[in-house]
Design a protein around this ligand. Structure first.
Ligand code: ADP
Ligand code: TRP
Length: 330
């Protein structure tokens, strides 16, 4: 029997290459495996914790949809939808709220980080915390559990949420009998943390990203901003640096070995960045062309999402009806 894989992507900004190698590419590769039945969605209601305007919500949701399609998501193989188009998720969310101990939410990392920051600043611990942030993991549990999900590919930061979903499923099964599938989070080892321009984790929150689909000139300019040490051309370079790590992702093994050798022999950082731009651009170019196509074909993209939502609702409505019967409301 096929295993079900499900993951959501929050539309909180434009995709960067950390998102691509850490989340998008591995998820698309999984979808090519016939042993898996995949559901990937735009978690726009989760993005409400940070996105505050109609324009940002619409634009980022659309851009993220175009990004997935450009990176090779095949809507005939993957059920691809916008979370807000599947109302069953939100009905189920309320049921799950009643099986979730408050203490479990107190321990969720995003909420905890907010409270700890307030305490450090000697201000009321709840400042800046709304119930969307507090209940965030329950909505995520709803996304996952409504679809009998077996595996959830996520970054390390999301593993705790998958475990919370599992705990909630156990609580449901204890009360109503074995119904919900217990999900398991899966992370990528090699690319779980891609470094950004300054050597820290590439992240929108650090402003150190390389956007996946900027134009060529911007890509080159961004690569030029990667921080290096002050070794001069002709001085041998250390190869444990952001440039080498990035180059390795875009190039094949023998080109990478060659690049490393050149650096050890003293290739200048300026020249190294040029070479990194060339391999990165070559890799990204065909996807960028597709991205530009989808950006210009809004109806086509919206149609794909609509059809995806219909397929998702077929599963969600059957499962929700089963659950409603079990709890005695249907
Ligand atoms: P950001 O940290 O830029 O806000 P998100 O939290 O929106 O990124 O992450 C979306 C997906 O991309 C998640 O699965 C996350 O684990 C993955 N991801 C984000 N940054 C990186 C990175 N630097 N390396 C690998 N994966 C990443
Ligand atoms: N919370 C996830 C993130 O920030 C996005 C998400 C929402 C998700 N619902 C999900 C991921 C369900 C996996 C499964 O990246």
């Amino acid at each position: 029997m096929q295993e079900r894989i499900l993951t959501g992507i929050k539309p909180t900004g434009l995709a960067h290459i950390g998102n691509y190698f850490g989340a998008i590419k591995p998820a698309i590769e999984l979808s090519h495996n016939d042993n898996y039945n995949c559901l990937y969605f735009i978690a726009n209601y989760h993005a409400l914790t940070t996105i505050k305007t109609k324009e940002d919500m619409e634009n980022y949701s659309y851009n993220i949809a175009c990004t997935w399609l450009a990176c090779g998501l095949d809507p005939n193989k993957v059920i691809f939808y916008k979370q807000s188009d599947v109302p069953e998720i939100f009905e189920f969310n309320w049921i799950l709220c009643n099986l979730t101990p408050k203490g479990l939410m107190n321990r969720a990392h995003a909420y905890k980080a907010c409270v700890e920051k307030n305490e450090l600043n000697n201000i009321d611990r709840d400042i800046g915390v709304n119930m969307g942030l507090y209940n965030y993991p329950i909505l995520m549990a709803s996304d996952i559990l409504l679809f009998d999900t077996n595996l959830v590919p996520v970054g390390n930061d999301q593993m705790q949420h998958v475990e919370i979903a599992r705990d909630i499923a156990i609580a449901f099964n204890d009360r109503y009998g074995k119904t919900l599938v217990l999900p398991q989070g899966v992370t990528q080892k090699e690319t779980s943390t891609l470094v950004g321009l300054d050597g820290r984790k590439m992240s929108k929150s650090y402003g150190n990203t390389i956007q996946l689909f900027s134009d060529e000139k911007t890509l080159q300019k961004t690569i030029n901003k990667i921080v290096t040490d002050s070794r001069l051309p002709n001085e041998p370079k250390d190869t444990d640096n952001a440039i080498c790590k990035l180059y390795k992702l875009f190039a094949n093994e023998s080109d990478y070995q060659n690049f490393e050798q050149q650096l050890l022999k003293g290739l200048g950082w300026g020249e190294a960045k040029k070479q990194l731009f060339i391999v990165a651009n070559e890799y990204i170019k065909p996807m960028r062309e597709k991205y530009d196509y989808y950006i210009m074909h809004k109806d086509e993209v919206n149609n794909i999402l609509k059809q995806g939502a219909e397929k998702a609702r077929e599963i969600a409505s059957v499962n929700l009806a089963k659950i409603k019967k079990l709890i005695g409301v249907l």
